[in-house]
Ligand binder design. Structure first.
Ligand code: PBG
Length: 330
């Protein structure tokens, strides 16, 4: 029996805040947020970006930032390095350099022993002159040669105490090979937070510009490794492999246009799923708010609750600090 009008009135449960709060199916807390951070060289003073709300932090600024995140209760930070052009090459060799920017950033954060998870993105695009996530051989992104490089970077990060590595390259079999490499080097406890369903998307545009990738050289796009946005079933196939290969969490990316993917994966697998509100999604809200077309706070809170409602356990968002403050002050 589902009830009928007029004995059942749906609006009875919507008439005041206390009853709406009581029956809420979904909640958003600060513990649902992961903050991505762009790290720049200390001597690179070009702070200004054409993108509202994006910051590039120098290593000496990380302590304050992490303190703020810890005080707010954010569980994890995800680090992305902005490698200077003179250090990039076609093989992304800087990624294996023991004193590279990402490692120095990690050392600085580890030094303070902050009670916060330190995650690092693992892919070659910050380090390659062509801007692809992998090594190019015969004008193709070579799967297995790329994984060799990702293993080097992963072991380096792990030696410097990273809590989770986040392979964002979409090579086949990399979760398995990374897990094996970690385990055989004594790092059984390092988490793998894999980008499981990562679509070839225009919404990564601002991110690439921030990293200094003006235009991809070699293959013109990332469609031979990132997924086609026409496909949902394929995400389940990817998830089946990542779960079997030992991923600890799965990222779906971009976020908002892909909530159906989150829901499908969450109803099939119990491995926690994270939605990534990517740079293009973030900038849409920021820009619209700056122009006065949208209320920023409402837009971020609504979109983040939507991720949770779809089945995401947490959200990676550039707005994590602001959202945490809004939640604190609510
Ligand atoms: C690349 C990587 C990308 C993002 C995270 N890791 C861009 C890409 O695949 O080209 C995008 C994040 C964003 O747009 O916020 N390894």
């Amino acid at each position: 029996m589902i009830g009928s009008f007029p004995t059942t009135r749906h609006r009875r449960l919507r008439q005041s805040p206390w009853v709406r709060d009581l029956i809420a199916e979904t909640t958003l807390t600060v513990h649902d947020l992961v903050l991505p951070i762009f790290v720049r060289e200390d001597n690179d003073a070009t702070q200004s970006l054409p993108y509202p709300g994006f910051y590039r932090y120098a290593i000496h600024e990380l302590k304050d930032l992490a303190e703020k995140a810890v005080a707010l209760g954010i569980p994890a930070l995800m680090l992305f390095p902005i490698i200077s052009h003179d250090k990039k090459d076609p093989l992304g060799s800087e990624s294996a350099h023991s004193n590279n920017l990402l490692i120095r950033a990690l050392d600085e954060l580890k030094r303070h022993n902050f009670p916060i998870g330190l995650w690092a993105d693992v892919a070659l695009d910050p380090y390659t002159t062509h801007g692809h996530d992998g090594v190019i051989l015969n004008n193709k992104i070579d799967n297995d040669a790329t994984i060799d490089k990702l293993i080097d970077l992963t072991l380096l990060l792990t030696k410097h105490g990273v809590d989770a590595i986040c392979p964002s390259d979409m090579m086949d079999g990399r979760v398995l090979r990374l897990r094996n490499a970690l385990d055989s080097n004594g790092f059984q406890d390092t988490l793998i937070v894999s980008y499981t369903a990562k679509y070839a998307s225009c919404f990564y545009g601002p991110f690439r510009n921030i990293l200094g990738v003006k235009k991809l050289n070699g293959p013109a796009d990332k469609k031979t490794y990132q997924m086609a946005y026409t496909n949902a079933q394929e995400a389940l196939h990817e998830a089946a492999f990542d779960v079997q290969e030992g991923t600890d969490m799965m990222i779906v990316k971009p976020g908002l246009p892909y909530l159906d993917i989150i829901t499908k994966m969450a109803s099939t697998y119990s491995t926690p799923i994270l939605g990534y509100q990517v740079s293009g999604e973030y900038i849409m809200i920021k820009t619209a708010a700056k122009e006065g077309f949208l209320d920023e706070k409402s837009a971020f809170l609504e979109t983040c609750v939507a991720f949770k409602r779809a089945g995401a356990r947490a959200i990676i968002t550039y707005a994590a600090l602001e959202i945490a403050e809004w939640l604190r002050d609510a």
